[in-house]
Structures are given as C-alpha cells and as structure tokens.
Design a binder for this molecule. Structure first.
Ligand code: PBG
Length: 326
C-alpha cells in the first residue's frame, strides 16, 4: 500500500476542482438587506457605529432600491424611525406611519422588490421596550393586539412579508389570524423565533434610537445560555403558523441554527446583526483583517450551519463581490 492511501489534497489542486466540490454557496437571492427609514426629505445620514449603513428618507428609496437590484439584492427589510414616540407605540400601526409610507413608495417605484417589514414596537415607544407596559413590565397579551395591528397596517400598505421581532408569547397566531381575517392569507410570516437578549444589538439601537429607557429586554428575549428553549420557541411558532424561522444573532449562535436546521423543515433565516457587522468593519478599518474575505467567510459559515436566508448589512457588498468574482 502506498502511503498515504487517500489524499484529500487531490481535490484542492486548482480553482475549478475546488469550485466543483464546494458544498455551500452564497447567493444574492438568499440575502435580505436592512433599510432604516427616517422622516424628512433628501436625507441620507451615516450611522457612525455601522460604517456604510445609512438612515434614509422615503424619497431616497427609489435610488436605494435601484442600487440593491443592480447587484442582485431583491429583498429588503424595513425599520422605521417615527417623527414622535409614545407609550403605546402608535407610530408602528399608523396608517400613514413612516414604514407604511416607505412600503408604498417601494411598491410604486420598485414593484419587483420583495418588501419585508420588521414588526415591533420598540422603535415607536418612548420607553424603548417592545410592547406596552404595566408598571415596569411589558404586558404580553395587551401587546399582541398592537403587533397584529402593526402587521395588518404593513400588509395593507403592500408589504410582501412581515417579520415579528418582539418575542411576545402567542404573537404568531395573533398576527396570522388577523392577516387571514383581512384577506391577507398570502402574506407570509418570517418569525424571529429564536431571538436572544444580546449585546450584539448595540449599534442597531443607536441607528434606530430604540434602547430601552430603563431595564433591559431579558424578560422577553432569550437567555444566551439556552438551546433546548430555542427548540421550544421554534416549535410554538411552527404550530402558530410561521412560514420561516429566524435565529438572531447569527455567528455566536451557529449551533442553534444547526439544531433548528436538523429539527424543522421550514426555511431557516439568520440575522447577522449590527454588532457582528460593526466588529468586522472596525477591524478591517484598522487594517487588522481583510474585510472582504472575513465578510465572505462569515456569511458562508452561517449558510454552512444551515441557514437558507441571510439578513445582513453586508448584502450589497457581498452581492457585488459575487458578481465580480463568482
Ligand atoms: C427590534 C429589533 C432589534 C433588532 C432587529 N429588530 C433590536 C432589539 O431587539 O433590541 C436588532 C438588529 C441588529 O442589531 O442588527 N426589536
């Protein structure tokens, strides 16, 4: 017998062979790009903790959608910064709210764009929590009705998919039945089924101005230590009618993505969140890592763990790179 008998290096010999046996690929069709919508006209504000990401006004959406579609990104997820906030987050479900106007603008200017909306109250409440309060507690059941109203107002404005991110119990069934009763049975729900109480959301909370004014989100978002509980959360959302299950954040929770992939047959999405993006940008900005390669390797790792869909601030950069390099 010749030593070594089998040589894995044979199949790594050149680019063509490597591409031929590649098990996981990235595709722009599986990426969703987040957009932050702010009031005003002609606005494009840089977000300092997220280089390359901006808050834009509704009138900028046509240009922004074009730029996405030019590189092959055909899905966006919308977050809104309302003109004013109140205790019950009424800006979230206002007929003429910031996200509702953004949906209409996108559907008028770029009808082929797949418009997903984040359904939550935290950007619209003056206390910054994801629901309405009784004392200092978020009132789960009273919040459900407001979330369903929000999702319905998004569907009415023309949203293609809604994505509840609040982590209240029972919200998927409440939203599903409200949509169905109003003839929106064809609008899918992408559930932030497994969302951890994570420090990686820091830059987002600056971007969307939604840091809680007291306490934290640990009484509704999940404890980072738990994985069996993730399966329970996902099971409930499947039973309640979710169409896609999301894990968030992504890289620190690859094991959770992998477990959900094994246990469920629904599409799995992963949110590569603001802090994960910011860390790569910061290190690349200092010249400590190769930003492009780390971006590609990171997104690939999330796909390899089992995610079908990636929500990422890198969507456009990654799509551009895929166009250039294949
Ligand atoms: C709103 C929401 C958050 C994110 C997405 N939707 C913030 C939070 O829960 O505190 C985080 C996204 C990111 O960090 O990129 N509920």
């Amino acid at each position: 017998m010749i030593f070594p008998e089998y040589r894995p290096r044979r199949m790594r010999k050149n680019k063509t062979l490597r591409a031929m046996i590649r098990e996981t690929r990235l595709s722009s069709s599986q990426m969703i790009y987040p957009l932050f919508i702010m009031p005003g006209k002609g606005k494009k504000e840089a977000i300092s903790s997220m280089p390359g990401v901006y808050r834009i006004s509704v009138d900028q959406l046509k240009k922004e959608a074009r730029a996405c579609m030019d590189v092959g990104i055909n899905s966006v997820i919308l977050f809104g910064l309302p003109e004013k906030k109140d205790a019950v987050g009424s800006g979230a479900y206002a007929k003429n709210g910031i996200v509702q106007r953004a949906i209409q603008e996108l559907k008028n200017q770029a009808p082929e764009m797949n418009v997903v909306t984040d359904v939550c109250l935290c950007e619209y409440t003056d206390h910054g929590h994801c629901g309405c309060l009784v004392g200092h507690e978020v009132d789960n059941d009273a919040t459900l009705e407001l979330l369903a109203k929000t999702a319905l107002s998004h569907a009415r404005a023309g949203a293609d998919m809604v994505a509840p991110s609040d982590m209240m119990d029972g919200r998927i069934s409440e939203i599903r039945s409200t949509l169905d009763e109003n003839d929106f049975h064809m609008v899918p729900i992408m559930s932030y089924a497994v969302k951890y109480a994570s420090a990686f959301y820091g830059p987002f909370r600056d971007a969307a101005d939604c840091a809680p004014q007291f306490g934290d989100r640990r009484s509704y978002q999940m404890d980072p230590a738990n994985s069996r509980e993730a399966l329970r959360e996902a099971t409930l959302d499947v039973e309640e009618g979710a169409d896609i299950l999301m894990v968030k954040p992504a890289v620190a929770y690859l094991d959770i993505i992998s477990r959900l992939r094994d246990e469920f047959d629904l599409p799995i999405a992963a949110y590569h969140v603001s802090g994960e993006y910011a860390m790569i940008k910061a290190a690349a900005g200092k010249g400590w890592i190769d930003g492009e390669r780390v971006m590609a390797e990171t997104l690939l790792s999330i796909r390899r763990a089992g995610a079908d869909i990636l929500i990422t601030y890198f969507a456009r950069d990654m799509a551009k790179l895929l166009r250039e390099r294949g």
